[in-house]
Design a protein around this ligand. Sequence first.
Ligand SMILES: *Cc1c(COP(=O)(O)O)cnc(C)c1O
Length: 457
Amino acid sequence: MADDGIVEVNPLFARPGETAVADRFRIPAGSMLPETAYQIVHDEIMLDGNSRLNLATFVGTWMDPYASKLYADAFDKNMIDKDEYPQTAAIEDRCWKMLAELWNAPDPAGTVGTSTVGSSEACMLAGLALKRRWQHARRAAGKPADKPNLVMSSAVQVVWEKFCNYWDVEPRYVPITEDHTCLDGHDLASYVDENTIGVVAILGVTYTGVYEPVREIAAALDALQRDTGLDVPLHVDGASGAMIAPFLQPDLVWDFRLERVHSINTSGHKYGLVYPGLGWVVWRSADLLPEDLVFRVSYLGGDMPTFALNFSRPGAQVLLQYYQFLRQGRAGYRAVQKASHDVARFLAEGVGAMDAFELWNDGSDIPVFAWRQKAGHTGNWSLYDLSERLRLKGWQVPAYPLPDDLADLTVQRVVVRNGLGMDLARSLLDDIRHAVGFLDGLSAPMPSEGRVSGFHH
Ligand SMILES: *Cc1c(COP(=O)(O)O)cnc(C)c1O
């Protein structure tokens, strides 16, 4: 930050002849020894939080040593160079086909999909496909195609707001309420019209971890079609849940078993168990992805279709995903996700049993749960204060307001990922109890200035 007026960084080393200071905001005129540069960067990031104690993020913070080895083997691969790296390209193909099958596509061979840098890019692509298909249909029918809208919960992840902003689509948010805590199909018909390019259902709402009932939403759209003739497609944002439900709730019908579900995205770097930088999107059949969005890259004399916002991007994450699919198999994924689930349920039960709190949800969908302060517990502290107390122990447990129409309600959330074992979970519960004891003992309210809300998408 520039505001402290300090522009120089002191390296740890003070060997004679060594660069002793480096400018923070200007590329130095001369060179320095690699170990000095390394030490400077290494030391700067010491003050970052410990990623394993970061219970705010959904993104993978642990992989096994073979994954690290494979990562190092493949740092240099550029995903777009399909002709130089035809094997990496073939492996990308295998991965989304595996996902199509995992998500019960009726004809996995007829699906189409791609890897992306994350769910955000995947959602943008899925949204663009919805928009373009709608435009084609409208133009073919001789109707105006200039006022597209997208219907979704007010609790969508920020990428959907971005999508609507960047691609000129009107967002129509269905507010969450105490009675309808997520998009559940209720009153959907009053949001959808002939300009609706699609409806987004979230499998694993980012704020709380609950599954939106995709089957009920699809049924509401079926009823709408019977009544009005409007055939509105459904996209499932399964950034987290699409890699949980197939293993832990195989009977939950949310995926391509529902004909209305046109496309599904997930984050390979969330419960796909890969390090940051990977997402996936799959369409139930090739015709749902308009041809005019697809670019052709020639490769090995053949041709390779690409649909992406980025050009160059790392290929290593795709190989790590394939490694995980092979290494874990379905049994391994089930075991890993179940372990996270067990820890989440254990923690939720512990937090729910404390006088100060009331669970918002209990971690039975994805291994994520949230709680609020019980009304009238004590006015002397809030969940933001608890968040700060936990930070003293190294834990990052964000508190934040819910979206509209529950913006007056503050919740605190824990995301359990691979790597948060029962032992750590017990320590966390102890630390929460301790912090609550401390806060309850206060005789006056905690000062509230300078508070930062720590919502992590
Ligand atoms: C995390 C998340 C996203 C964004 O995914 P990235 O992989 O971080 O780009 C989108 N939607 C939902 C529901 C999410 O949880």
